[in-house]
Ligand binder design. Structure first.
Ligand SMILES: [Zn+2]
Ligand SMILES: [Zn+2]
Ligand SMILES: [Zn+2]
Length: 564
């Protein structure tokens, strides 16, 4: 009973509702009814009743506002139970706030950040990528042979890397000049004390790390340096001047960067890239004989300058450019003497009669020679045809620093003696200047400290800068009548020999002319010489006969002699 009764009651209720619906007019519009009706039912006229008036729907509105995720709408409900919805609106979407870091990222771990909807219905979280490393930079300066660089180390995780590499410094303190193209040429040892000179293509020109490309090594740059043992030449060097390594007696090897387009080495000897030119032989190499190979076509003038271990040159068979006689190197027709082996032990040497030219550096720092005889021009019996051409020119540095050389006679046929030709021959005490020379070149006899008596022949017109600079023992200087110019420091530090017991200057200058000529514009004497010629020395003027008083002189048996 208890189970059947409610079922029965529900059936009654449902039938009552169906009756009510069937008699209800449809609501406004096409709004869907909560109760399904068929089109037949909506079009089928309701059965006429006469007992009840038709029902008019009267809806009440309930607005359901939108949320972040659900749309809003209005629900219309009639007391009859009819209901529908309308005024639907879109969901609002979340109103996100700012992302806020919850776990900060580091360089080793990702972080997280979250944000929330202002309407409190949602929160989202996302990953913060790995943070950048916190690098601390340290600049490691270049070393002599090591690159410099910047080291970056992360202070958090220790991660590191290097960059900004800089070239090794190589040797530092070398002297240089800046060329018009902003490259530099190395000009000297400067303050560098390295025994092994390393020059890189870029050279640090200051302590701020500024560098320039090294394009050359100047003439005489390292001349007479007795400290250097090796020298490394970079790829960038395209020119090396004469004498750059002359007299570097400890130098045993050159090295040249393989990329260098102009130079190479063979057995430590500096050569042209193609091996056809000997540029410089390291003077410290412990060989006594050097053989010029058949393929050599050019030998730089200073290639063997000051190589005091060498006692002889040989020339390989098949070399048509050069010849060696008694160990001395000449060109093939023996008109130019190219190099005398600086270690050859003979004390005298007579230059062969074929020779017309003494090459630059030919006898540079020859160790043993005390006397060198240079042939002068001679004629056959007809007086016209030349028998011996004689030496017409003597190259620069040709006899520079010949330690034992005591006497030199410059032939009358010689018209050119170049700069430094006899400089620093410290035992040279007899200098005979031939009549062919009009100019004593710059530095020609500089530092010849043994010269006491010097005659400038009448054919000489110009005594150029530093010609006899630092000839500190010069006591008597005879200036014959041809002299017109005595240039800068030509006699500086000469003739300063003090005074004798009578208070007279020991040094004397014999001028082959009168005081009026000495003081005229016929002669130009640079002021740098003045005190050496006229204060430290007593100046004598020339007179054929004794004027009776004053400083006058004449020749007696070819020797300048004062009257009193
Ligand atoms: Zn209704
Ligand atoms: Zn929300
Ligand atoms: Zn890190």
């Amino acid at each position: 009973m208890k189970r059947i009764l409610p079922s029965f009651a529900l059936v009654i209720l449902a039938m009552t509702l169906l009756l009510a619906l069937a008699s209800c007019d449809k609501g406004p519009g096409d709004a869907p009814s909560l109760i399904n009706t068929t089109p037949e039912e909506t079009t089928t006229p309701a059965p006429e009743t006469t007992t009840e008036p038709p029902h008019e729907h009267s809806y009440t509105e309930v607005v359901t506002p939108p949320t972040c995720t659900e749309g809003g709408y209005t629900t219309y409900t009639c007391s009859c139970g009819d209901t529908y919805v309308d005024n639907q609106t879109d969901p609002l979407g979340h109103d996100w706030g700012e992302w806020k870091t919850t776990v900060a990222a580091t360089c080793t771990a990702v972080g997280t950040e979250t944000r929330s909807c202002s309407r409190g219905d949602a929160t989202e979280t996302r990953e913060i990528p790995l943070a950048a490393h916190n690098y601390v930079d340290t600049v490691i300066p270049p070393g002599r042979t090591t690159q410099g660089y910047t080291k970056h180390v992360c202070s958090v995780c220790g991660d590191s890397y290097n960059d900004n590499y800089t070239n090794p410094t190589g040797s530092v303190g070398l002297d240089f000049t800046v060329n018009p193209d902003d490259t530099i040429t190395i000009t000297g040892i400067g303050t560098c004390t390295d025994e092994d000179i390393i020059i890189y293509s870029t050279y640090y020109v200051d302590s701020q790390g500024n560098s320039k490309v090294v394009s050359g090594i100047a003439a005489n740059a390292f001349r007479d340096n007795t400290n250097i043992k090796t020298i490394s030449i970079p790829a960038s060097v395209t020119s090396i001047g004469d004498g750059a390594f002359a007299g570097c007696t400890k130098l045993t090897a050159f090295t040249v960067e393989s990329e260098n387009k102009n130079y190479s080495t063979v057995g430590g000897v500096l050569m042209s890239k193609d091996g056809s030119t000997i540029v410089a032989y390291p003077a410290g190499l412990n060989l006594t004989t050097y053989t010029v190979s058949a393929s050599i076509t050019t030998i730089s003038p200073s290639a063997f300058a000051g190589c005091t271990n060498l006692t002889a040159f040989e020339v390989a068979a098949g070399n048509a450019r050069f010849t060696a006689v008694d160990g001395v190197l000449y060109d093939s027709d023996k008109t130019t003497l190219i190099a005398y082996p600086a270690g050859k032990t003979a004390t005298t040497f007579t230059v062969p009669n074929t020779v017309e030219k003494i090459g630059d550096y030919a006898f540079f720092r020859t160790a043993k020679l005390a006397e060198i005889i240079l042939p002068d021009r001679t004629y056959k019996s007809d007086g016209v045809t030349v028998d011996v051409p004689g030496i017409s020119s003597i190259g620069s540095y040709a006899f520079y620093g010949c330690a034992e050389l005591k006497k030199i006679t410059i032939p009358n046929v010689t018209t050119s003696v170049n700069t430094y030709a006899f400089a620093n021959c410290t035992k040279l005490d007899e200098v005979n200047i031939g009549s062919g020379l009009k100019t004593i070149s710059t530095h020609c006899f500089e530092g010849c400290t043994a010269i006491q008596y010097l005659v400038i022949p009448e054919t000489v017109e110009v005594i150029d800068d530093y010609a006899f600079y630092n000839c500190t023992n010069m006591t008597t200087l005879v200036l014959r009548s041809g002299v017109k110019k005595i240039n800068y420091k030509a006699f500086t530090n000469c003739l300063n020999k003090g005074t004798d017991s009578n208070g007279k200057n020991i040094a004397r200058v014999y001028f082959e002319g009168a005081a009026s000529k000495w003081n005229s514009s016929d002669i130009s004497i640079d002021a740098s010489n003045w005190m050496y010629l006229t204060m430290y020395a007593d100046l004598y003027f020339y007179s054929e006969t004794d004027p009776g008083s004053g400083n006058y002189w004449r020749f007696v048996d070819g020797v300048a002699t004062p009257y009193r």
